[in-house]
Structure formats: structure tokens, C-alpha cells
Ligand binder design. Sequence first.
Ligand SMILES: [Zn+2]
Ligand SMILES: [Zn+2]
Length: 230
Amino acid sequence: MPEKDVLYHELLEALQAEGCAICRLARKASDSYVRALIYEGVTDVKLRETLRNARGLCHQHGWRTAGRRGSVLGAAIIYRDVINTLVKTLEGRSGGGPRLFGRGQPELSRALGGSEDCPACALERDAEGRAAKILLNHLGDAEIGATYRASGGLCLPHFQLVLGQGSQSAGNTLAEWQAEGWSRLRDQLDELIRKHDYRFRSEIVTDEEAEAWQRAIAAVTGEAEPAPET
Ligand SMILES: [Zn+2]
Ligand SMILES: [Zn+2]
């Protein structure tokens, strides 16, 4: 299958599940990195160097790694490297350099910080850009249109990303689809709120309405992090 077809089908599949398709594709990219990191990363010298320079993963991806089964040894080795680098940086400054804990140590602070971005975040950004491009290239595709509308659309940050890359007419099409999803969600929130009123307590809250508040948070900020593996 040509690469474009693979990406098209990946997008279609992601749109078929509930929630933002681009969040899902970005998660997939960082998940495979985290998996490789735990199982193979500890022996890969280049990868460990990148992680050392990045001072490990960001908060989100660091804790996602910790939540995976079998992460203990891999995380211990990777973070031993990072902590060792931090110790050496502190020790290096105690020689001829300025006083270690004096007022204001911008140089020391900079030296402690990373020189590279979180590699999992970088992979997510790449995946997001690719997905946005594929979506824009296939806006005329009936299946893409139907699944986008049924899914409720993208989260706000990813919708903005796609708008920023598309033409005005693409933006108009997307805005129409997205407005449908957000209006539906708003109506479900209205019902959820109304049925919380004691006068309407006897009315059944549907499953969709019951989850509307969480889907609203996801719609505005992006999909939630998965629960840790047990
Ligand atoms: Zn998203
Ligand atoms: Zn990250």
C-alpha cells in the first residue's frame, strides 16, 4: 500500500472511534515510542543521549511511562543517566565557577535544563501535522466526511491546528462539521444540567448525557491520558 493510503486508513480508523481522531493518532505515536523505550531504549546509546539532553520525558510522557507494566528497569536506567547528569552539572559549578546557591543563578539554571524537547512530544507533533494534512487532502472523501461528523469532531487545539493549515474553503467545510458536533454536545450538556434539577430527577439521564461533561473537557483540552496499566 502506498504511504498515503496507509495514513488515510489510519485517519479513517481513528475517526471511527469516539473523540478526537488527531489526539488518538498522536497518542499512538508517543505510545509506540514509550513502549520501545522501555523494552529496547536502554541499550540504544543514541536514544539515551537524546533523553539525557532532553532531561528525560516531559511530565505527561514521563508519568505515562511509569504507568506501563514492565517499566521499572528501563525507567531506572534512563533516569539514572539524567539524575547523574544533574549531579555532575551541580558539582561542576562548585569548582572555579560562581557560588552555587547564591542569589540568581541563571547560568546554572540553564545548564540544568535540557537542550532538546521531549522526544515523545516531538513525535506527537509530527503525527499531528501528518494527520492534519491527510484530513485536509481528503475533505472531499465521503467516508472521511461521514465519520468526522459522526465522531463529534476534533478537540479545540487540533481543530485550530487543521484550520491553520487549510484553505478558506476547507475551513468552511470543517467549521460546519465541527459546529454540528459541538452543538450536539452542548444540547447533551443542557439535558444533563436540566435533569440534575430536583424537579426533573425522575427523568432518565442517557449514557451519552451522563458522559457529556467528560467529553466536553476532552473537546476543549484534548483527550484524557489513559489509566495506568495494572
Ligand atoms: Zn485532539
Ligand atoms: Zn512529552
